[in-house]
Design a protein around this ligand. Structure first.
Ligand SMILES: CC(=O)SCCNC(=O)CCNC(=O)[C@H](O)C(C)(C)COP(=O)(O)OP(=O)(O)OC[C@H]1O[C@@H](n2cnc3c(N)ncnc32)[C@H](O)[C@@H]1OP(=O)(O)O
Ligand SMILES: N[C@@H](CCO)C(=O)O
Length: 357
């Protein structure tokens, strides 16, 4: 890590980001990062959840990849005894786009994350927590870890790989680096490469965390959350309203999201994942973005959100135009900005149904 982004190990008192299994559904796979990679041989555990069963010819496996602060818990309430809501409830379950009667749905927590998979919170081979010593991993390493999980589960090729935001970056990387293993692909609200503005926004967040891991993570979430929502939405919801405690309503809203993230996320993980996203460029060492995307053989749907100011539609249009045979860019209509990929589940479900038809 560069000095500007190194953070201390001061977990929030009520941190929920440990190796535990809050939903009682996680399983773990243990392995080591292959060569080449940022850290060949890095020992790792991948926490993951599954829904449904792998069929005999292993043709029904779907990989769902979460965004920056998401986790393996895509859906809740699918089986009795597991009611905790997931982040894409409405997509997985009986009669839904990913019906476990038909599909074997696999969702890992990302490498570098803090919801069960190896990241800075985990113990290094020397018996001490990795902390700020955790290697500077890349999106490519994250996909390499997910490929180890696929090998472990006996999945040669995914029927579909789906992801939004950072999950979309990994979905793209899967299809570029392992085209023979991805039969269909849904990329939501994700670019082929992080832009100067993406890196700049992230840089401000990393500097805040470097000053103070806990309070800095709160500042980072406020900055990030603004980029996840749209200007008209904020104006319509909050305007210039002032609360009885003297805070603007919109300030209080950001405070709330900051406090919520502090209860469930590790600042050091946030740094590692943010730096991995900054480095995201499917074209690096592959002759550029167009050449890299030209390797994709999957049936591909690329979708963006019309109010997304973090990854504007043109970023997805670039991907749709360069992937051979991809449909025209699909547009998810939402007033909510980038977070539309989490909120507009019905529109996402239609795209998934179409992809898997
Ligand atoms: C279910 C899980 O476990 S998700 C875990 C993984 N999480 C993720 O992948 C994504 C993380 N989550 C998010 O990014 C967001 O929470 C989203 C996109 C899912 C939520 O989007 P929305 O439903 O539009 O929620 P919105 O941004 O309006 O926030 C609502 C919250 O703000 C609060 N709020 C609204 N106005 C104010 C205000 N003026 N002051 C303080 N709080 C406010 C609401 O009370 C509500 O609180 P709650 O979430 O604790 O119930
Ligand atoms: N709300 C999403 C935005 C990042 O895509 C998250 O917290 O992961």
């Amino acid at each position: 890590m560069t000095p500007g982004t190194t953070v201390g190990k001061t977990p929030p008192a009520t941190g929920g980001w440990r190796e535990g299994d809050p939903h009682g559904r996680r399983r773990w796979f243990r392995g080591a990062l292959p060569d080449p990679g940022a850290s060949p041989g890095l020992p790792l555990s991948v926490a993951y959840e599954t829904w449904g069963e792998l069929n005999e010819d292993r043709s029904n496996a779907v990989l769902v990849l979460h965004a920056l602060t998401g986790d393996s818990h895509v859906a809740g309430g699918v089986e009795p005894g597991h009611p905790t809501p997931g982040w894409w409830d409405g997509l997985v379950g009986p009669g839904r786009a990913l019906d476990p009667e038909r599909w074997f749905v696999v969702a890992p927590n990302v490498l570098g994350g803090c919801q069960g998979t190896t990241g800075p919170w985990a113990t290094a081979p020397d018996g001490r927590p990795w902390g700020a010593r955790f290697p500077d991993i890349t999106v490519r390493d994250q996909v390499a870890a997910e490929a180890l999980l696929a090998d472990h589960l006996g999945i040669d090729a995914w029927a579909a790989v789906l992801g939004g935001s950072m999950g979309g970056m990994r979905a793209l990387e899967w299809a570029v680096s392992r085209p023979e293993r991805v039969r269909s692909l849904l990329v939501l609200a994700a670019p082929a490469a992080s832009s100067a503005e993406n890196i700049a926004l992230a840089s401000a967040q990393l500097h805040a965390i470097a000053l103070d891991p806990v309070r800095g993570l709160g500042v980072a979430r406020r900055i990030a959350h603004l980029s996840y929502r749209s200007e008209p939405e904020l104006d319509a919801r909050f305007g210039r309203e002032v609360q009885p405690d003297g805070r603007y309503a919109v300030e209080s809203y950001l405070d709330h999201h900051a406090e919520k993230l502090l209860r469930r996320f590790d600042p050091e993980s946030y740094v590692v994942l943010t730096r991995a996203m900054n480095g995201h460029d499917v074209g690096r060492d592959r002759g550029g973005v167009r050449a890299a995307l030209g390797r994709i053989t999957a049936r591909t749907i690329v979708a963006g959100i019309d109010s997304d100011r973090l990854y504007p539609l043109r970023a997805q249009a670039e991907v749709a135009a360069a992937v051979p045979g991809a449909d025209d860019l699909r547009v998810i209509h939402s007033p909510h900005g980038h977070d539309g990929f989490l909120i507009e589940v019905d529109q996402v479900a239609k795209l998934v149904e179409e992809l898997l038809t």
